[in-house]
Design a protein around this ligand. Structure first.
Ligand code: M6R
Length: 607
């Protein structure tokens, strides 16, 4: 998830581009750059790091052009560096491009382009776009962009300029957002509305498959077939802060709603057409993966819960034993690791001190280390032997939501990959891969009913304690539900495996205690029903997350939130969503600051 901006009008573009990038920085901040026409070509200034580094490097007095493009990056392909920062040039620096999205087939396109004599200067997927446009360009930039996109698979929102088409910008969109801004004698094109709110409140949303040409004469939108598109503009009445949150009240709510995309992006290009899993940054051969006799997962907080779920997935699908440890415990435990042990370190930030310390110990003991992280270029990516990236985009809210669901997705793929190398590509394997692709749409259907949980929050926001129960794959989600509630609403909550209740915690159940039970129709459904009866008999309020069509549970529970049916082992990818929403609504009802809860930080870089 990056931020892109293009401007054409009567004012010097550079300050406008920088200001727009400031407004887009929440979309990514590992490097930034701008390009404006100058000296018969383009002046391009790029810097690694956040926008402040670029602002320092730009000498506005030398940049007079009234057209230009800019980008603030959240790395997906290629580490954060000046060379990988956008905008990207073609070979002769006549074409310049900014892009947000993932070009899935960039590796093959790059090889083909190199074969045809093109020279690359970055590791990014984006650079292929500049070279493809270069090959197709014969004086008509829109035609060249259209031709180039004919070769591309993946997601993109892009803006291109060409020296040969001096007063023109061309934008195109597929599966990544792009918005046109209509100012007085000026036009903007950007990833998101905040980029242009200082100049205009009149916008047009560019839809998938559309191309837009911006010139001094105005704009033209065309569809995939090249036919002109007429669309009414919208008037935006949000302030900048609301616009950054996409109109949501908080980043956390926005990020909860971004989960279908986080799952889809994390799966994208990792399932081959012939139904196999391919994780390119893993840096482990089939033989090395086959040698793995034990997996040890280390992580903290929410990432630890993703690890607990991965244990069941890996053990079920690959039949490889898995241990899961809190990094803070692992690092002081003198763990038993051999050369056959693969240590998987899960950390969305890639900077958690305890997890990094655990990785050091694992390496010292000769184990191979695989990192699962959301941040390309983070410390863990340098320490680990291989990486599985999650593609959730930057998460601003301190409480992890979309990064968790992306971790669970990535680890599902990893579990399937281990099954694959161990020759276990049975019917269940194929069925799971196919069902995984359905998960984003199923999350959408949950989000469409989000506000039904407002009623739960209204009834239970005042409580002092809350219990979450789950069994099997739902147990880690019960723990996550409790953690989310604790951290943003400050209500005491516990997540427990249902079967453990009778060994102690059932003593806590008194009249009126709300008990949230995860009860999807899976192999332990009958068992969790038993736990519901036990709690209900002791006067608890029973609030259930159940599978669609389960009428039996409807008669038993005080409230039910239904999730779509799915495979048993994938239900956490759905059941976690209402838990996040419930915590969110309860915290909001209590007047808490959900994005910045007290005492917490987004990355815990100290012990
Ligand atoms: O960046 P990491 O995934 O390593 O962070 C681990 C925990 O600090 C993190 O999950 C924390 O528990 C969050 N606040 C959860 O919402």
């Amino acid at each position: 998830m990056c931020g892109i901006i293009g401007y054409i009008g009567g004012q010097p573009s550079a300050p406008i581009l920088l200001q727009a990038l400031k407004r887009l920085e929440y979309r990514g901040y590992d490097s930034a750059g701008i390009a404006v026409p100058g000296n018969g070509g383009f002046s391009r200034i790029r810097r690694q790091g956040n926008l402040a580094h670029l602002e320092k490097a730009v000498d506005l007095s030398t940049l007079e052009a009234t057209i230009g493009i800019g980008h603030t990056r959240w790395a997906t392909h290629g580490h954060p560096s000046e060379a990988n920062a956008h905008p990207h040039f073609d070979c002769s620096q006549q074409i310049v491009v900014v892009h947000n999205g993932i070009i899935e087939n960039f590796h093959q396109l790059r090889l083909d382009l190199i074969g045809r004599g093109h020279e690359f200067t970055s590791e990014t997927d984006t650079e292929v776009l500049a070279h493809l446009i270069e090959e197709a360009y014969a004086g008509d930039l829109a035609a060249a962009v259209t031709a180039a996109l004919g070769y591309v698979e993946g997601s993109y929102a892009l803006v291109a300029m060409a020296v040969g088409s001096p007063r023109e910008l061309v934008g195109a969109r597929h599966d990544s957002p792009l918005v046109l801004g209509l100012g007085a004698g000026e036009l903007f094109i950007a990833s998101d509305i905040p980029a242009m709110l200082d100049h205009t409140r009149e916008v047009i949303i560019i839809e998938n498959g559309e191309l837009v040409r911006l010139t001094e004469a105005g704009y033209e939108i065309s569809n995939r077939a090249g036919d002109p598109v007429e669309r009414d503009s919208l008037k935006i009445d949000w302030d900048v802060a609301a616009a950054e949150k996409g109109g949501y009240e908080d980043f956390m709510l926005k990020e909860i709603h971004e989960q279908p995309r986080a799952v889809a992006e994390t799966i994208r290009a990792r399932v081959t057409a012939d139904g196999r899993v391919d994780l390119p940054n893993l840096d482990m051969s089939q033989a090395e993966l086959k040698r793995v006799k034990k997996v040890t997962i280390i992580a903290c907080g929410t990432s630890y819960h993703a690890g607990l779920l991965a244990k069941t997935h890996i053990e079920t699908w690959a039949r490889v034993p898995v241990e899961v440890d809190s990094s803070s415990e692992f690092r002081y435990r003198d763990p038993i690791l051999t050369e056959d042990t693969l240590v998987v370190a899960i950390t969305q930030s890639g900077e958690t001190a305890d997890t990094l310390a655990g990785v050091k110990i694992a390496k010292k003991k000769g184990a191979q280390v695989l990192a699962v992280t959301n941040v390309v270029g983070s410390t863990i990516t340098r320490e680990a032997d291989g990486v599985i990236y999650t593609y959730a985009g930057p998460e601003i809210g301190v409480a992890a939501t979309k990064t968790l669901i992306a971790q669970m997705t990535a680890l599902t793929l990893f579990g399937l990959l281990l099954a694959q190398v161990n020759g276990r590509t049975n019917h269940e394997f194929q069925e799971t891969l196919a069902e995984l692709e359905q998960i984003p749409a199923k999350i959408e259907s949950i989000l469409a009913r989000a506000e039904t949980l407002l009623g739960w929050a209204e009834s239970f926001h005042h409580v002092d304690d809350l219990l979450f129960l789950g069994r099997g794959v739902s147990y880690p989600m019960a723990m996550e539900g409790a953690l989310k509630l604790k951290e943003i609403s400050y209500i005491h909550a516990e997540g427990y495996p249902g079967g453990e209740m009778k060994h102690g915690p059932i003593a806590l159940i008194t009249d009126g205690l709300p008990v949230v039970v995860l009860a999807p129709k899976d192999n332990v459904y009958d068992k969790i029903m038993g736990n519901i009866h036990e709690a209900e008999a002791r006067g608890a309020h029973i609030l259930v997350i159940a599978s669609e069509g389960d009428e039996e549970i409807g008669g038993l529970a005080e409230r039910v939130f239904y999730i779509p049916k799915t495979l048993d082992l994938l239900s956490p990818l759905l059941s976690v969503v209402p838990l996040q929403l419930l915590s969110y609504y309860i915290a909001k009802r209590r007047g808490c600051n959900v994005d910045q809860p007290r005492n917490l930080a987004k990355s815990v870089t100290v012990e």
